[in-house]
Design a protein around this ligand. Structure first.
Ligand SMILES: *Cc1c(COP(=O)(O)O)cnc(C)c1O
Length: 375
């Protein structure tokens, strides 16, 4: 009997990546695998995709190291850049690509470059103490998200400082949409115009599109696209994307560990929050908020038992949840329960709970087993 398990369909993952490439045929792909590859497990996602992508993007140094140590020798981009000098030194010695989004990062890079040059001059006749590689810097421009990025007016100065820095091999211009899933709000067009105007004087490559940008803003695919959630067949907003040809990659499942007769008028679970209006059978499923399933999932949130949608009743607890199987249920202890997957789309579960799809997958905890199948 399986406890909470995320089954990852490697073929669906590759299919989605191919679909992304056909949607953005002239762009390189930086596959974003932050947050443990959206809960799907970094090493295996990297293994399944490494021959299809041009780079992997991550949010933390730890994730970059994990990818490199898994044997991948290609490009790895730190989407928020290095956080301190120690991380910068790792970036240089491991030859990661890095975003630079603020002057503090630029100054740190210039400082380390000066030290490195001095050291090289002093020790050119002996063995070099530090091996640093010139790297690709992705200069992040704030075009309207107003979270990270330098102001468009700062770009000329920063660009010339970057090209003058001996530790910088190439520059890529990067920005991020804040409302790319709102097709008629007019904001994305403004970001595109500003991004193009700011980068027009330079020949450096450009990147702005994440999942929604790839799906809806063809004119902004540029040299690099940065897909995250759609690689997993999950929508960047609330409407499923299976109609666009994407296939759900993850099935989150567990098992019934008890099937209990339940009398009308009896409550179930902590706080006795739900009281059954009639006699029924209650199924106890071995998954809870300790596995990352949201505790605030309201009564009625669907799960799938033997192909049939049944509602969660009572509070989700740490290791278990309870579902109303109905009086005529034939379901048995050991039967599989699907929390989301191909037959119960994560978009529908997220909507019922009132969270976004991204939250559901990234909150899964290490207790959830991750299994891969290639069929
Ligand atoms: C997370 C992230 C992405 C991927 O976003 P999705 O919406 O999952 O495609 C792309 N670029 C940056 C900078 C990110 O932080």
């Amino acid at each position: 009997m399986k406890p909470a398990t995320a089954t990852i369909n490697g073929n669906a993952l590759r299919h989605n990546l191919q679909l992304i490439k056909s949607l953005a045929p002239n762009s390189k792909v930086c596959a974003v695998v932050k947050a443990n590859a959206y809960g799907q497990g970094i090493p295996n996602v990297v293994r399944h995709l490494s021959d299809l992508v041009d780079a992997f993007g991550v949010a933390r140094m730890k994730e970059a190291l994990q990818i490199q140590e898994s044997g991948y020798a290609g490009k790895i981009l730190l989407l928020e850049g290095f956080f301190d000098q120690e991380e910068l030194r790792k970036t240089l010695s491991r030859r990661f690509d890095t975003v630079i989004h603020c002057l503090e990062q630029l100054e740190m890079l210039e400082l380390v470059a000066r030290e490195w040059q001095t050291e090289q001059e002093k020790s050119f006749w002996k063995r070099k103490t530090k091996i640093y590689f010139p790297i690709t810097v992705w200069l992040k421009i704030d075009t309207g998200m107003h979270r990270l990025g330098v102001h468009p007016e700062q770009v000329a100065e920063i660009y010339s400082r970057l090209t003058a820095c001996p530790l910088v091999e190439n520059v890529v211009f990067v920005s991020h949409f804040s409302r790319a899933d709102e097709l008629d709000c007019g904001y994305t067009e403004k970001q595109i115009v500003l991004f193009e105007a700011t980068t027009a004087p330079y020949s450096a490559p450009k990147s702005i599109a994440a999942s929604s940008g790839i799906l809806y803003w063809q004119q902004a695919h540029y040299d690099w696209v940065r897909p995250g959630i759609i690689m997993h067949g999950i929508s960047p907003h609330s409407e499923p994307i299976t109609s666009l040809g994407f296939q759900p990659v993850m099935t989150l499942s567990s098992s019934l560990i008890a099937v209990r007769d339940h009398q009308a008028g009896e409550p179930v679970g902590y706080g006795a929050g739900w009281i059954s209006p009639k006699a029924t059978k209650i199924g106890v499923v071995a998954i809870g908020y300790g596995d990352g399933y949201p505790r605030n999932a309201p009564e009625g949130t669907p799960v799938l038992v033997n192909g049939r949608k049944v509602p969660i009743v009572g509070r989700v607890s740490m290791d278990m949840m309870t579902v109303d199987l109905g009086i005529d249920s034939q379901d048995k202890v050991g039967d599989e329960v699907i929390l989301w997957g191909e037959e119960l789309l994560i978009e529908d579960v997220a909507r019922a709970i009132g969270v976004i799809n991204y939250e559901l997958v990234t909150k899964l905890t290490p207790r959830v087993l991750i299994e891969y199948r290639d069929a």
